[in-house]
Design a protein around this ligand. Structure first.
Ligand code: ATP
Length: 359
């Protein structure tokens, strides 16, 4: 789904909090997850993602607040009475069973007839792109990516309204992960179900999600589309979590701003959401920094020395020392600095390409 505005919330959290003894693992979360949405909860280790997911899945009850499903309170409803299904990080497949038996398990539990079960298993295998010939194959003889598909097909056999994914791709190599990310996104679109996904990888979240919730120390610090999270991070933490960025601390100096750890004064970066603020952080992504030619102007400029460069494939990243600070500049290979060029450079960026954030 790409449009969340017109759909109804399926899960709503109001003031949800979870404490373990004195530790608040999740702090007062208010959140609506929409029907059919691909919602990803992202955050560093220990930020409370798993605890939040366990509450949504019914494996943990909130200490405070309410969780509702289609408007009905489900705080204490056990997992097996919820129309939801969890796809574990470890996948939790039955190792002694075949692919088909694993997928059919939920149907067998419901007493579905063997022939109907098999037909449905084969249908689900087609949906997750597993060849029908795998039906009798022992699941332990499948590769990591294939097991991932078996786990997904089994989850779909429960016919849940909501599927929860707990870091399902974390143990999979990079190349296959990229393939599976796209497949999961396709699968989401094809099934029309609500997917709630947790990961510590924002890159993974960006590729698949309709919306992302960023957690830090038990709090949901920002909820938005991948575009919003990337272009308008709520604070310095989100800005830095999104990827390699330049962050410059500025303090008010009359109409302009003075650099705290870089020399010079600068034009303020939008959004100026705190006009009376005396200090701010400015986030500039490396791809928005450029090397200024002689006489070329930019809203802001800094002098520095290029001391390292790395190939990123189609792009090149330069590390530029400015005083004690290292700034990053990324250029497409076509615009790379001439190898013989002077390494003393002027870095420039325009105010419209920078984001002002809270510390
Ligand atoms: P990770 O990415 O490492 O899995 P996470 O973001 O999922 O981390 P949680 O597992 O939700 O984070 O943990 C949040 C905090 O709550 C941590 O400080 C953790 O130690 C604590 N915590 C989680 N579960 C329990 C528990 N059952 N008892 C006590 N403390 C817990």
């Amino acid at each position: 789904m790409t449009e969340t505005r017109d759909s109804k919330p399926i899960l709503q959290l109001v003031g949800v909090r979870k404490t373990f003894n004195d530790l608040a693992a999740v702090e007062k979360i208010d959140l609506d997850i929409m029907e059919g949405e691909f919602f990803t909860i992202v955050g560093p280790s220990g930020s409370g993602k798993t605890t939040l997911l366990r509450m949504l899945a019914g494996m943990e009850a909130p200490s405070e607040g309410n969780i509702t499903l289609h408007g009905a309170r489900i705080n204490d409803l056990p997992p097996n009475r919820r129309p939801t299904c969890l796809v574990f990080q470890s996948l939790a497949l039955f190792p002694h069973m075949s692919v088909g038996q694993n997928i059919e398990f939920p149907l067998k539990m419901r007493g579905v007839d063997a022939a109907v079960r098999k037909a449905r298993a084969l249908e689900l295998m087609a949906i997750v792109r597993l060849p029908a010939s795998y039906y009798g194959k022992n699941v332990m003889k499948c590769s990591g990516g294939e097991r991932q598909r078996v786990a997904l097909a089994r989850a779909l056999a429960y016919d849940p309204e909501v599927l929860f994914f707990d870091e399902p791709l974390s143990a999979i190599d990079y190349k296959l992960k990229k393939v599976l990310e796209k497949e999961l996104k396709d699968l989401h679109r094809e099934t029309g179900k609500t997917f709630i996904y947790i990961t510590h990888s924002l890159e993974e979240a960006m590729v698949m999600s309709d919306r992302i919730g960023v957690m830090r120390a038990g709090r949901l610090v920002q909820v938005g589309t991948p575009e919003e999270i990337y272009t308008a991070p709520a604070d310095r933490f989100v800005g830095e979590f999104v990827g390699e960025v330049n962050v410059i601390e500025l303090k008010r100096a009359g109409a302009a701003w003075a650099g705290v750890d870089v020399p010079g004064t600068f034009a303020a970066a939008p959004p100026a959401d705190t006009p009376d603020a005396t200090s701010t952080f400015v986030v500039i992504r490396p791809e928005y920094m450029r090397f200024l030619k002689d006489g070329e102007q930019a809203d802001n400029a800094l002098e520095g020395v290029v001391y390292n460069e790395y190939s990123l494939g189609s792009r090149i990243q330069y590390q530029v020392r400015v005083g004690d600070k290292v700034m990053l500049v990324e250029l497409s290979r076509a615009n790379a600095l001439d190898a013989a060029a002077n390494r003393n450079v002027r870095l420039g960026w325009d105010v419209r390409d920078a984001i002002s954030v809270k510390g």
